[in-house]
Design a protein around this ligand. Structure first.
Ligand code: HH2
Length: 274
Protein backbone atom coordinates (compact mmCIF):
# COMPACT_ATOMS: atom_id res chain seq x y z
CA UNK A 1 0.00 0.00 0.00
CA UNK A 2 1.38 3.42 -0.97
CA UNK A 3 1.38 5.86 1.96
CA UNK A 4 -0.58 9.07 1.38
CA UNK A 5 1.45 11.95 -0.01
CA UNK A 6 2.01 15.44 1.35
CA UNK A 7 2.69 18.78 -0.35
CA UNK A 8 2.40 17.12 -3.75
CA UNK A 9 5.12 14.60 -2.92
CA UNK A 10 4.50 10.88 -2.88
CA UNK A 11 5.95 9.46 0.31
CA UNK A 12 6.76 6.01 -1.04
CA UNK A 13 10.46 6.79 -0.51
CA UNK A 14 12.23 9.07 1.97
CA UNK A 15 12.21 12.73 0.97
CA UNK A 16 14.71 15.50 1.65
CA UNK A 17 14.14 19.08 2.72
CA UNK A 18 17.30 21.14 2.15
CA UNK A 19 18.08 23.93 4.62
CA UNK A 20 18.77 27.42 3.31
CA UNK A 21 19.37 29.83 6.17
CA UNK A 22 19.43 33.44 4.99
CA UNK A 23 20.60 34.60 8.41
CA UNK A 24 23.74 36.09 9.91
CA UNK A 25 23.55 33.87 13.01
CA UNK A 26 22.28 30.30 12.38
CA UNK A 27 24.09 27.73 14.47
CA UNK A 28 25.90 25.87 11.71
CA UNK A 29 25.82 28.06 8.61
CA UNK A 30 25.05 31.58 9.85
CA UNK A 31 26.35 34.30 7.58
CA UNK A 32 26.99 31.97 4.63
CA UNK A 33 24.08 33.15 2.48
CA UNK A 34 23.17 36.68 3.54
CA UNK A 35 23.49 38.04 0.00
CA UNK A 36 20.31 37.32 -2.03
CA UNK A 37 21.95 36.15 -5.27
CA UNK A 38 24.34 33.87 -3.40
CA UNK A 39 21.39 32.43 -1.45
CA UNK A 40 19.44 31.77 -4.64
CA UNK A 41 22.45 30.00 -6.13
CA UNK A 42 22.83 27.94 -2.95
CA UNK A 43 19.13 27.01 -3.03
CA UNK A 44 19.34 25.97 -6.68
CA UNK A 45 22.35 23.84 -5.81
CA UNK A 46 20.33 22.12 -3.04
CA UNK A 47 17.57 21.32 -5.55
CA UNK A 48 20.09 20.12 -8.13
CA UNK A 49 21.61 17.85 -5.47
CA UNK A 50 18.20 16.21 -5.01
CA UNK A 51 16.30 18.24 -2.42
CA UNK A 52 12.55 17.73 -2.83
CA UNK A 53 11.88 20.93 -0.87
CA UNK A 54 14.12 23.94 -0.13
CA UNK A 55 13.36 25.41 3.30
CA UNK A 56 14.16 29.13 3.39
CA UNK A 57 14.60 30.72 6.82
CA UNK A 58 15.37 34.31 7.77
CA UNK A 59 15.42 33.92 11.55
CA UNK A 60 17.70 31.68 13.60
CA UNK A 61 15.88 29.52 16.15
CA UNK A 62 19.00 28.09 17.78
CA UNK A 63 18.83 27.95 21.60
CA UNK A 64 18.98 31.47 23.04
CA UNK A 65 18.65 33.19 19.63
CA UNK A 66 17.37 36.78 19.76
CA UNK A 67 14.09 37.15 17.78
CA UNK A 68 14.32 38.80 14.35
CA UNK A 69 11.96 41.65 13.47
CA UNK A 70 9.52 40.29 10.84
CA UNK A 71 10.26 43.27 8.55
CA UNK A 72 13.93 42.29 8.53
CA UNK A 73 13.04 38.61 8.13
CA UNK A 74 10.88 39.48 5.08
CA UNK A 75 13.67 41.61 3.62
CA UNK A 76 16.01 38.62 3.85
CA UNK A 77 13.75 35.89 2.49
CA UNK A 78 11.52 37.53 -0.14
CA UNK A 79 13.99 37.79 -3.07
CA UNK A 80 15.32 34.32 -2.29
CA UNK A 81 11.87 32.68 -2.23
CA UNK A 82 10.95 34.53 -5.42
CA UNK A 83 14.11 33.42 -7.23
CA UNK A 84 13.80 29.78 -6.19
CA UNK A 85 10.06 29.52 -6.86
CA UNK A 86 10.59 31.07 -10.31
CA UNK A 87 13.08 28.27 -10.99
CA UNK A 88 10.31 25.74 -10.32
CA UNK A 89 11.61 24.68 -6.91
CA UNK A 90 9.21 23.61 -4.14
CA UNK A 91 9.95 26.23 -1.46
CA UNK A 92 8.93 26.16 2.18
CA UNK A 93 9.15 29.16 4.46
CA UNK A 94 10.65 28.48 7.88
CA UNK A 95 9.06 31.13 10.10
CA UNK A 96 6.90 31.72 13.18
CA UNK A 97 5.52 35.02 11.87
CA UNK A 98 2.30 35.33 9.84
CA UNK A 99 3.53 38.44 7.99
CA UNK A 100 6.59 36.54 6.83
CA UNK A 101 4.48 33.53 5.81
CA UNK A 102 2.23 35.80 3.77
CA UNK A 103 5.13 37.58 2.05
CA UNK A 104 6.75 34.24 1.25
CA UNK A 105 3.54 32.70 -0.08
CA UNK A 106 2.99 35.80 -2.25
CA UNK A 107 6.56 35.37 -3.53
CA UNK A 108 5.86 31.77 -4.56
CA UNK A 109 6.52 29.60 -1.49
CA UNK A 110 4.30 26.50 -1.53
CA UNK A 111 4.37 25.48 2.10
CA UNK A 112 4.95 26.68 5.65
CA UNK A 113 7.34 25.25 8.24
CA UNK A 114 6.64 26.68 11.71
CA UNK A 115 8.78 25.61 14.69
CA UNK A 116 6.02 26.93 16.98
CA UNK A 117 3.34 24.77 15.28
CA UNK A 118 1.34 27.96 14.53
CA UNK A 119 1.27 28.92 18.24
CA UNK A 120 3.59 31.94 18.11
CA UNK A 121 1.48 34.27 15.97
CA UNK A 122 -2.35 34.27 16.29
CA UNK A 123 -2.65 35.30 12.63
CA UNK A 124 -0.65 32.30 11.39
CA UNK A 125 -3.27 29.51 11.55
CA UNK A 126 -6.02 31.57 9.84
CA UNK A 127 -3.53 32.53 7.12
CA UNK A 128 -2.48 28.92 6.47
CA UNK A 129 -6.15 27.89 6.45
CA UNK A 130 -7.20 30.59 3.98
CA UNK A 131 -4.25 29.96 1.65
CA UNK A 132 -4.80 26.17 1.81
CA UNK A 133 -1.09 25.41 1.92
CA UNK A 134 0.66 22.41 3.49
CA UNK A 135 2.23 23.08 6.88
CA UNK A 136 4.83 21.49 9.15
CA UNK A 137 3.80 21.62 12.81
CA UNK A 138 6.90 21.16 14.98
CA UNK A 139 6.87 20.41 18.69
CA UNK A 140 8.48 22.98 20.97
CA UNK A 141 7.83 24.51 24.36
CA UNK A 142 8.38 28.18 25.11
CA UNK A 143 10.43 30.12 22.57
CA UNK A 144 13.99 29.61 21.29
CA UNK A 145 15.04 32.06 24.03
CA UNK A 146 13.25 30.22 26.86
CA UNK A 147 12.95 26.62 25.62
CA UNK A 148 15.92 25.22 27.52
CA UNK A 149 14.06 25.90 30.79
CA UNK A 150 11.08 23.84 29.54
CA UNK A 151 13.03 20.66 28.78
CA UNK A 152 11.49 18.60 31.62
CA UNK A 153 9.35 15.55 30.87
CA UNK A 154 8.11 12.51 32.78
CA UNK A 155 7.46 10.72 29.47
CA UNK A 156 8.86 12.74 26.59
CA UNK A 157 7.24 10.69 23.81
CA UNK A 158 3.79 10.65 25.41
CA UNK A 159 3.93 14.36 26.14
CA UNK A 160 5.14 15.28 22.65
CA UNK A 161 2.33 13.19 21.15
CA UNK A 162 -0.27 14.88 23.38
CA UNK A 163 1.06 18.37 22.68
CA UNK A 164 1.22 17.76 18.91
CA UNK A 165 -2.35 16.41 19.04
CA UNK A 166 -3.37 19.70 20.69
CA UNK A 167 -1.69 21.66 17.89
CA UNK A 168 -3.49 19.52 15.27
CA UNK A 169 -6.78 20.31 17.03
CA UNK A 170 -5.96 24.04 17.07
CA UNK A 171 -5.12 23.90 13.37
CA UNK A 172 -8.39 22.08 12.64
CA UNK A 173 -10.32 24.68 14.65
CA UNK A 174 -8.77 27.38 12.44
CA UNK A 175 -9.94 25.53 9.33
CA UNK A 176 -6.74 23.73 8.30
CA UNK A 177 -7.40 20.36 6.64
CA UNK A 178 -5.74 17.39 8.38
CA UNK A 179 -4.22 16.33 5.03
CA UNK A 180 -2.28 19.62 4.94
CA UNK A 181 -0.34 18.73 8.08
CA UNK A 182 3.09 17.15 8.52
CA UNK A 183 4.44 16.67 12.07
CA UNK A 184 7.91 17.07 13.56
CA UNK A 185 9.03 16.04 17.07
CA UNK A 186 11.36 19.05 17.22
CA UNK A 187 14.70 17.48 18.06
CA UNK A 188 16.77 20.02 20.03
CA UNK A 189 13.79 22.28 20.81
CA UNK A 190 13.03 22.16 24.55
CA UNK A 191 14.70 18.73 24.53
CA UNK A 192 17.83 17.55 26.27
CA UNK A 193 20.10 15.02 24.61
CA UNK A 194 18.34 12.08 26.31
CA UNK A 195 14.94 13.40 25.21
CA UNK A 196 16.04 13.55 21.57
CA UNK A 197 17.42 10.00 21.69
CA UNK A 198 14.26 8.68 23.33
CA UNK A 199 12.04 10.44 20.76
CA UNK A 200 14.00 9.01 17.84
CA UNK A 201 13.89 5.49 19.30
CA UNK A 202 10.17 5.74 19.92
CA UNK A 203 9.35 7.63 16.70
CA UNK A 204 7.04 4.81 15.50
CA UNK A 205 4.66 5.74 18.34
CA UNK A 206 4.02 9.12 16.68
CA UNK A 207 2.26 7.24 13.88
CA UNK A 208 -0.80 7.27 16.15
CA UNK A 209 -1.26 10.92 15.07
CA UNK A 210 -1.89 9.72 11.52
CA UNK A 211 0.27 12.26 9.70
CA UNK A 212 3.64 12.07 7.91
CA UNK A 213 6.70 12.81 10.04
CA UNK A 214 9.53 15.21 9.26
CA UNK A 215 12.69 15.03 11.36
CA UNK A 216 15.56 17.51 11.69
CA UNK A 217 18.76 16.13 13.20
CA UNK A 218 21.32 17.62 10.83
CA UNK A 219 24.44 18.89 12.66
CA UNK A 220 22.48 19.28 15.90
CA UNK A 221 24.07 19.49 19.32
CA UNK A 222 23.25 15.89 20.32
CA UNK A 223 25.20 14.65 17.27
CA UNK A 224 28.15 16.63 18.58
CA UNK A 225 27.73 15.20 22.06
CA UNK A 226 27.39 11.60 20.88
CA UNK A 227 30.29 11.83 18.44
CA UNK A 228 32.60 14.18 20.33
CA UNK A 229 32.70 16.60 17.36
CA UNK A 230 32.42 20.22 18.48
CA UNK A 231 32.31 21.93 15.05
CA UNK A 232 28.76 21.68 13.57
CA UNK A 233 30.03 21.64 9.97
CA UNK A 234 32.05 18.50 10.73
CA UNK A 235 29.01 16.51 11.90
CA UNK A 236 27.94 15.13 8.50
CA UNK A 237 28.68 11.46 9.22
CA UNK A 238 26.84 11.56 12.53
CA UNK A 239 23.96 13.41 10.91
CA UNK A 240 23.67 10.71 8.21
CA UNK A 241 23.65 7.97 10.86
CA UNK A 242 20.93 9.73 12.84
CA UNK A 243 18.94 10.54 9.70
CA UNK A 244 18.96 6.93 8.47
CA UNK A 245 17.96 5.80 11.96
CA UNK A 246 15.02 8.26 11.92
CA UNK A 247 13.90 7.02 8.50
CA UNK A 248 14.12 3.41 9.67
CA UNK A 249 11.78 4.43 12.52
CA UNK A 250 9.21 6.02 10.22
CA UNK A 251 10.39 9.53 9.29
CA UNK A 252 9.08 10.41 5.82
CA UNK A 253 11.16 13.57 5.31
CA UNK A 254 14.60 14.60 6.62
CA UNK A 255 15.50 18.29 7.01
CA UNK A 256 19.23 18.51 6.25
CA UNK A 257 22.11 20.80 5.41
CA UNK A 258 24.07 18.27 3.26
CA UNK A 259 21.56 17.31 0.57
CA UNK A 260 23.87 15.51 -1.89
CA UNK A 261 25.25 13.14 0.75
CA UNK A 262 21.85 12.55 2.37
CA UNK A 263 20.16 11.72 -0.94
CA UNK A 264 22.93 9.24 -1.72
CA UNK A 265 22.65 7.59 1.69
CA UNK A 266 18.84 7.42 1.45
CA UNK A 267 18.90 5.91 -2.05
CA UNK A 268 21.16 3.10 -0.89
CA UNK A 269 19.22 2.61 2.37
CA UNK A 270 15.91 2.55 0.49
CA UNK A 271 17.14 0.07 -2.14
CA UNK A 272 18.51 -2.25 0.54
CA UNK A 273 15.42 -2.09 2.70
CA UNK A 274 13.33 -3.24 -0.28
N1 HH2 B 1 15.43 22.94 13.17
C1 HH2 B 1 15.88 24.19 12.99
C2 HH2 B 1 15.10 25.14 12.31
N2 HH2 B 1 13.90 24.80 11.80
N3 HH2 B 1 12.22 23.19 11.41
C3 HH2 B 1 11.74 21.94 11.58
N4 HH2 B 1 10.55 21.59 11.06
N5 HH2 B 1 12.46 20.98 12.25
C4 HH2 B 1 13.68 21.25 12.81
O1 HH2 B 1 14.28 20.34 13.42
C5 HH2 B 1 14.22 22.58 12.66
C6 HH2 B 1 13.43 23.54 11.95
C7 HH2 B 1 17.22 24.58 13.53
O2 HH2 B 1 18.23 24.30 12.61
P1 HH2 B 1 18.88 25.35 11.56
O3 HH2 B 1 17.89 25.87 10.60
O4 HH2 B 1 20.06 24.68 10.93
O5 HH2 B 1 19.44 26.51 12.49
P2 HH2 B 1 18.91 27.95 12.93
O6 HH2 B 1 17.60 27.80 13.60
O7 HH2 B 1 20.00 28.43 13.87
O8 HH2 B 1 18.79 28.79 11.70
Amino acid sequence: MTPPGWAGLTLDRPRVMGILNVTPDSFSDGGTHVDGDAAIAAGRALAAAGADIVDVGGESTRPGAVPTDPAEEIRRIRPVVRGLAAAGILVSIDTRNAATMEAALDAGAALVNDVSALAHDPDAAPLVASRRVPVVLMHMRGTPQTMAAHAAYADVTGEVIAELAARIAAAAAAGIAPEAICLDPGIGFAKREAHGIELLRRLPELAVLGRPLLVGVSRKRFIGRLSGVAEPRERLAGSLAAGLFAVSRGAAILRVHNVFETVQALRVWHALSG
